[in-house]
Design a protein around this ligand. Structure first.
Ligand SMILES: *Cc1c(COP(=O)(O)O)cnc(C)c1O
Length: 353
């Protein structure tokens, strides 16, 4: 076969991102919101899309959405970049600031797509291990940054899949130590008591957020970053023209009009999280404290795979994260509605009996 029809050498061993989309009555595997957006959102969205001219390209600058996000966060639209989910935001950051000959740093275990998307863009990935409670050890981090001089250092707070947050002092210290950008992925920021988001400045801080979790809009694919205008301009330069459809822009824009309803859902999920954690605590599992809308746990005396299958037999789907060495034996469950969480707890109790 001609080498030109073979895959890029650096990507041969890469497998497609894989989170099984299996049919189950209770789906607690991808950290989505268990609630649809509020009814008012659907009406507002229908009105907005009636105004779209399908034969015309969308606003390439996503001006209205960026203005609304700028208002939400008290920044200027020049400090906001929007894309198809935060995954495309991350891809644009890596296209603009990573690439061959450049490095990215991660603290493992963390969101696997940080390293995955980095590799897709030819960026080398270097990692330090988190400590036993999944915190970032400052000395190990300083050594990693000094040794590898990464163009991008990825943080994730709350961290997926371990559900703990990075203390703001640590983020400050890493901002001082990192030679390049420090990207804080805050997909679950609103579930944490102390949001990390601060006004990004010229100190290299980039905050990434998404509509997929707290805003109940995973289907719409909308994410954004807050950063210095130069970072935003660099992302716009590498994004494909008209990458964000008029429908996605409208979906995000309408969601922002229902902030109170969305915040109410977040509060409900936080309350459910505490109930779910207490329920797990009464079973034969090890549970880690969570500041997100999911919980990491490890069944005692049972393999993660066997428990995962046992739950699926009872039509409850969770995420098996046990293939990662640091997470041996662990599963991750998304906080669902009260009845979904009850079904999960009952099914798990049966699997462990
Ligand atoms: C779910 C998740 C995202 C969301 O990605 P989208 O592309 O916005 O759906 C981003 N970061 C982390 C850490 C996540 O867990």
């Amino acid at each position: 076969m001609s080498p030109l029809v073979a895959r890029r050498d650096d990507l041969v061993s890469l497998e497609a991102y894989h989170s099984p989309q299996v049919d189950a009555e209770v789906r607690l595997n991808t950290n989505e919101s268990p609630f649809p957006p509020p009814p008012g959102w659907a009406e507002a969205f229908a009105e907005e899309i009636a105004r779209i001219s399908p034969n015309r390209y969308p606003d390439r600058e996503a001006g209205a959405l960026r203005q609304a996000l700028a208002d939400l966060h008290g920044v200027s639209p020049a400090e906001v970049f929007c894309a198809n989910g935060s995954n495309e935001v991350l891809q644009c950051l890596l296209l603009a600031f990573g690439g061959p000959g450049r490095r990215a740093a991660t603290f493992e275990p963390t969101y696997s797509l940080h390293g995955f998307i980095a590799r897709l863009t030819g960026t080398e990935v270097h990692s330090a291990a988190r400590d036993q409670r999944f915190g970032i050890d400052l000395e190990a981090a300083a050594a990693l940054l000094a040794r590898t001089q990464p163009a991008i250092t990825f943080l994730c707070s709350p961290n997926n899949p371990t559900a703990n947050t990075d203390p703001p002092e640590l983020v400050d210290q890493l901002l001082r130590l990192a030679p390049g950008l420090v990207v804080v992925d805050e997909a679950y920021g609103q579930f944490a008591p102390v949001p990390v988001t601060r006004r990004p400045g010229d100190d290299g801080l980039v905050v990434v957020r998404t509509f997929s979790k707290t805003w109940a809009l995973a289907a719409a694919r909308v994410g954004y970053l807050l950063a210095d205008p130069e970072v935003v301009a660099a992302c716009q330069a590498v994004a494909l023209p008209y990458h964000l459809s008029a429908y996605a822009q409208a979906a995000g824009l309408c969601a922002l009009r229902f902030r109170a309803e969305m915040e109410d859902r977040v509060a409900q999920l936080v309350a459910e999280r505490e109930r779910l954690a207490a329920g797990l605590g009464a079973l034969e599992v090890e549970v880690w404290p969570s500041q997100a809308n999911f919980i990491l746990f490890r069944p005692r005396g049972r393999s993660a795979g066997a428990v995962w299958r046992g739950l699926l037999e009872r039509s409850v789907l969770v995420r098996d994260v046990s293939t990662r060495p640091e997470l041996a034996g662990c599963l991750r469950v998304t906080v669902g509605t009260a009845s979904e969480n009850d079904r999960f707890l009952a099914a798990l109790a049966e699997c462990l009996a």
